[in-house]
Design a protein around this ligand. Sequence first.
Ligand code: ZN
Length: 487
Amino acid sequence: MLHRPRRLRSGATRRSIALLLLAVPLAQCAVNPATGRRELSLVGEGQEIQMGQEGAQAAAAQMGIYADSGIQRYVAALGQQVARVGERPDLPWTFSVVDDPIVNAFALPGGPIFVSRGILAHMNSEAQLVSVLGHEVGHVTAKHSVNQISKQQLLGGLLTVGMIVRPELQQYGGIASQGLGVLFLKYGRDDEVEADALGFRYMTKIGYDPREMAEMFKTLDRMSGSGTRGTPEWLSTHPDPGNRVEKTGERIAQAGPTVANARKVERESFLRRLDGMVFGDDPRQGYFEGVNFLHPTLKFRFSFPSGWKTQNSASAVIGASAQGDAQITLELAGTGSPQQALSQFLGQQGITVSGTSSAPINGLTAAVGTFSAALQDGTSLAGYAAFIQLDGTTYRLLAITPAQLMRNYDGAFRGTIGSFARLTDPAKLAVKPARVALVTLPRAMTLTAFNSQYPSTIPLEQLALINARTTSETIPAGTLLKRVVGG
Ligand SMILES: [Zn+2]
């Protein structure tokens, strides 16, 4: 998902977060308003808020914000309702939908909350959304990440990126996960149980049916068994969803009459909001056809050497040789000229230049340098740095391998750099993502029958999952169901 340049941020955000963590503030001992616990906090509220806001910028840059102002406003309004009944209503709460097909939701210190469009597509009522927002708000009101950071500092260690990287981000490759590393502290099981309890409290306080929280857990439970792509934060770091269904039942029983009036579900009105939402990967953000990478929005294409493994992350497109001993990465390199960008790159300490060229590549202004670089361990790397400009944006293709293998990969590297070109194929430029569509059942039928009458472009099992139905139960006439079309 290489996003548009304005969304991309790199090192600056990372470094400032690291610096924030380095500063050890005065310890404060205070009673946590949400949990009633007395706790030692090394992170003051001002610092907590600042960390979260820096993190929110990085998250938005890496994942992209889903470009639908209607759904953004809707989620934000609901989130604010939840936050208002929590114990820290005065925090600068924000609620955003990230452009991520993976089922996920996360909270950053001090108030920024994110849900993915992937998790929205798997929900079937407003009450389910409120339950997830409530859980995430609970992590913030209970200061779970703040406590986590304080504990780490008490142990004398600084947070190391590897320790806290959100596991599902690792699949995006090192670059993305490092940028987001400090943002995704892994909460303990107790923290998760507590966030569930707080979410339960908040949702019932504003009148939502807590049984829908259990329904959400059931969907997550089915997902974990279905091999659905990605291991969402909601599955990998959260308690077993099966237990959470039971636990929610216990909470309802214990709450007794106090939740009797919490009956708001808003199934249909919620589903209507999903109409037209992008489902799954969005090819507009770049996609692969074999080793060819095409980006219909930024209008370029290039090809990795055949047989290479490839990956499209939010901030880079990466390919690695089958043996893993050579790598080519495409990244955005600002709006300066290719020549400027190349000079800057080659001017870095430790780099030895063996040649440069400013011949255009497929008609595009370009500057290419061949270089070697000594590493601290005494070995050296060699490769090409190519800067190519298209429509005012400069792209960097960096191809590297251990110096002694340069001869083997020289042709492959040149091939990839030489393949960068403007994407002109109208069919590729017009590619569209799959989208959620809604159908009101004209008569009672099973999901299997529904799928043959109103076909989807996803497998029946996945359709069953997003509708929280089995394939064989009879669904009453008049029911609103999701299908997925196009893509
Ligand atoms: Zn959680």
